[in-house]
Design a protein around this ligand. Sequence first.
Ligand SMILES: Nc1ncnc2c1ncn2[C@@H]1O[C@H](COP(=O)(O)OP(=O)(O)O)[C@@H](O)[C@H]1O
Ligand SMILES: [Mg+2]
Length: 292
Amino acid sequence: MTTYAMELTDVGYRYPEGTVALDGVCMKAPEGSFTALLASNGSGKTTLIKVMAGLLKPASGKVSLYGTPLASLSARDLYGTVGVVFQNPDDQLFAPTVAEDVAFGPRNQGLDESSVAERVNEALASVGMLHAEGRSIHHLSFGEKKKVALAGALAMRPRLLLMDEPAASLDPAGEVEMMRLIGNLNRVDGVTVVMATHSIDLLPLFANEIYILKKGQALRSGPADEILSDHELLHGAGLRLPYVSSLLHQMKTYDGLPLDGLPLTVGEARKRFLELIPDGVFTGRKSDDAER
Ligand SMILES: Nc1ncnc2c1ncn2[C@@H]1O[C@H](COP(=O)(O)OP(=O)(O)O)[C@@H](O)[C@H]1O
Ligand SMILES: [Mg+2]
């Protein structure tokens, strides 16, 4: 039997005033995977992240972390394994300086001061914020705060990172940078990632498995190429195709463009277009080494 980093079985959650925010959600995140929760606003993403982080107790169903029921883990064991990054960094950052904030977790775990300093350096370096270690939290931009909040989670060396819209409200370059950073943590450092996100155009580059939520239910899950090319599914969930796929979907539907499947990224679309264009049409080709 496979043991999953995070496994949810029939999870339900209802807020005290009566809103049913989660209804029978099943999810499996294998060790080393990058799982995305994609849904329109109010679908239950944040509630689900909080349930997985042990901050909300599900009304029904089971939540297991590496095969152990979450409810039976101590806070110390839980937060030694799971790093949580909330959507709004201001809910997470509270120390006066960047370094103090990132030091909070490891210090709380009882590490000695030289190990704490090592963790702080390592975590800030991995998000590209080592230069800001002495700065006041209040003087950081929103994007910088997001990176410091992520560093705070990384300082605990988590095996699993739970993130609520880590790239939301960043400018376009910041969104790409954040997604790349998380992608590298996953692929290079082997951290298992589960994130709620709206970054439809970037997900095909990073996610192994995408769950589509609607009204607290997991409508469908599957690999990016299956889920993000399903116009009906996405539309029904209040979402859209990636822009590149949308262009090609229209060209297939209305102009008879002969394509099997639907490219999801600019790089894939470029390759497929080049295959369709007769040899010799382009003479100024510069490189095969383009983005994916
Ligand atoms: N603290 C709360 N009290 C009552 N209802 C809530 C609370 N937080 C969220 N909800 C409701 O639960 C549902 C799911 O919300 P949420 O998990 O925040 O969705 P998402 O993160 O996908 O936007 C929504 O209907 C929302 O209004
Ligand atoms: Mg939310």
